[in-house]
Design a binder for this molecule. Sequence first.
Ligand code: UVW
Length: 320
Amino acid sequence: MSSDSPRTIAELLGDDAPKNWGKWGPDDEVGSLNYLTPEEALRGAAAIRSGQSFTLQVPIGKPGFEDPVHPTRTGAVRTSVSDEGFFQRGAEEPASGHHWADDKIEMFLQGSTQYDALGHLWYGGQIWNGYDAMTTDGELRKASILPIAERGVVGHGVLIDMARYYGKESLGKGESFTHLDLQDAARAQGIEIQPRDIIVIRTGWLGHYYETTPEEFYADWNEPGLTWSRDLVEWFQRMEIPNLVTDLVANETTWHESGVELPLHNALMRNLGIAFTEIVWLDDLAAACAADNRWDFLYTAAPLKVHGASGAPVNPIAIR
Ligand code: UVW
């Protein structure tokens, strides 16, 4: 990093950063998901050949593991509120004689496989579409997860397996790649990324989480993944990409070479309105795609409908 490298997100992205603000009107809250027209749902459906389906959420509360989360968050805690033990220990017997199990969960809404709301993150006092950042005060009154949840996401997904392309189980800490590498990897798989594709990137990083220790995984936090460049942002804008889905905790390599953290969150999500889906389990889908060398599918997802929230858990389904 040279001494004159930009140090803030605003300096890195520049005053003329590509934006889609206003493109879908002054009240828009779903951004580039507008590209997912009924034609895109049909294009996704046309990719179904065998009817095999894959659920892409990581389990919440997998025995023996903490849930994988961003280091600023903690994993979900599920607690039994009622069960047979509750009745055996003296809870009042209902007249009808039936017993039941109930439980509750305390979790970060972005503490599992999840969609970020477009208003999740910002700089310069404005969130997606130019809304004032004070609309996030207390709850997101603009660009919360709710409009994305109500709309749902259905389109043509393409899986680019960067780990396989580089011949690795998983990319390593801070190992970054560009949109050109992404296209090369797609071509090596025999496909071209098409306009309006939902881009699904496997790095192997989430599989690595379950193979290593939390101490090793979180030490010197620096995920692999796509890295910012002006060209990359212009390519995503030109290609009208609606949704970026990865098996990373935060969808991009953590540190840009300038020292700026997570610039693509702002460049793609805040500025272009591209939906981000994170902590997505792709290993089983990737194995099936590799087995018959077919890398596209119908991608469907709908995060939970939570008013005012900055994100929400989701269990996407890919059908191929
Ligand atoms: C952060 O806010 C750091 O990341 P995410 O997009 O994972 O929620």
